[in-house]
Write a protein that binds this ligand. Structure first.
Ligand SMILES: *Cc1c(COP(=O)(O)O)cnc(C)c1O
Length: 382
């Protein structure tokens, strides 16, 4: 007989707590902050690492009916999730799914089958969609414009060329015109206003359709940026503080891992791979059971002197030496004696907000969330 699978909750396993009530609350805050605009949800990269299967039903129940993913396969999976949810509430079924990466070559039929709206990013893609719709029937799609980000999207010249004749819009339904801000998290950046103006100039040359420009940061740039639809991602998942204090964003993800062992070091003792940290006085350290294979960036252990600190009760504990695949060391010298083997350490959550941790390690909360590993015990709270 085969050896049975292990139970879920062995004590040496890191725990990722995901608060779905907080997710719903963040959606509601962002919908209110969006004013008259529809608030969509960006659920690409498996809902920023927190799980599309668990988060999408909650977003639907909170009233969300527009979703964005990056890739076609994500859209197909999302359509499956939404159609499953629609068995209990038929109104979910009409939800629109936009695929940001454009129209994948030779896959036109998949967008139709799974009712996905491609965000068309080139004249060639528009022509392909139009040709497909002429055979397969009229289907909706969005246009995605490049207003200065220089990533994906139709350029001003493309729009000018299209606007000479409206023939290119026949046979399919243009149901959204979108673009993306490069500097929305820096409210004073001149790029924001420049992109808004470019967006107005370009959309004026196109047939009328709902318009969308704002990601999470864009929602808080003011009413002018909210237009007809907003597209927050990170703000839903608790990865960005909202400037509006009246509507404080709620923490969604909390990551905790156990201390596996503590040790005492004398001056001159080194820690970990490369012996990159050497104690210059007596220290007590804890070895935490979570490493770079779980998504804690190895670069967090590169700073000398150490600079990434975790909250530990009312104290802080620095990460010492290099991050290993399955563990890392923290400084417990000043910590309460009661913190030792089997104590749980919060990597991020309440005492160490995820943005603060990311900033100390010179990255962003988006990266920490989307790199979250597969070894956690994931605990969803509703
Ligand atoms: C990822 C993404 C978003 C969401 O941005 P946040 O900063 O997470 O709110 C919105 N629009 C586009 C085009 C994106 O790629």
């Amino acid at each position: 007989m085969a050896t049975p699978l292990p139970p879920d909750g062995f004590a040496d396993r890191p725990r990722l707590h995901i608060d779905l009530t907080a997710l719903a609350a963040n959606y509601t805050i962002l919908q209110k902050a969006s004013g008259k605009a529809q608030c969509a949800a960006v659920v690409k990269a498996d809902a920023y690492g927190l799980g599309m299967d668990e988060t999408v039903p909650v977003l639907l129940a909170a009233g969300c009916r527009h979703f964005f993913v990056a890739q076609l396969a994500e859209g197909v999976r999302l359509r499956h999730i939404i159609s499953t949810c629609a068995e209990s509430d038929k109104s979910f079924d009409a939800s629109a799914i936009y695929v940001l990466s454009g129209l994948a070559a030779n896959a036109e039929n998949d967008y139709v089958t799974y009712r996905l709206h491609p965000c068309l990013i080139s004249l060639a893609q528009i022509k392909n969609w139009q040709a497909h719709c002429r055979k397969a029937g009229n289907h909706p799609a969005a246009l995605f414009l490049d207003t200065g980000f220089n990533r994906l999207g139709l350029s001003f010249d493309d729009i000018a060329e299209m606007s000479e004749t409206n023939e290119i819009f026949e046979g399919w339904t243009l149901d959204l015109i979108a673009s993306h801000l490069a500097c929305a998290d820096t409210p004073d950046h001149p790029m924001n206003r420049a992109q808004l103006e470019a967006f107005h100039t370009m959309t004026a040359l196109l047939p009328p359709a709902p318009r969308s420009l704002a990601n999470t940061g864009g929602i808080f740039l003011g009413d002018a940026y909210r237009l007809d639809m907003t597209r927050p991602g990170i703000g839903l998942y608790g990865g960005m503080a909202f400037p509006d204090d009246a509507a404080a964003r709620q923490t969604v993800a909390r990551l905790r891992a156990p201390i596996l062992q503590t040790r005492r070091l004398s001056a001159g003792d080194a820690i970990g791979y490369g012996a990159s940290f050497t104690a210059d006085h007596e220290m007590r350290i804890g070895i935490v059971g979570l490493g770079y294979s779980d998504g804690l960036p190895r670069s967090f252990g590169q700073f000398n002197p150490p600079r990434v600190r975790l909250g530990l009760g009312d104290r802080e504990a620095a990460i010492l030496g290099r991050i290993s695949m399955d563990s890392f060391a923290i400084d417990l010298t000043d910590a309460d004696d009661s913190i030792g083997a089997d104590s749980m350490v919060e990597i991020f959550g309440d005492t160490t907000p995820i943005d603060g941790l990311a900033e100390q390690g010179q990255t962003i909360s988006y990266e920490l969330l989307t790199q979250l590993g597969s070894r956690y015990k994931r605990i969803y709270k509703t």
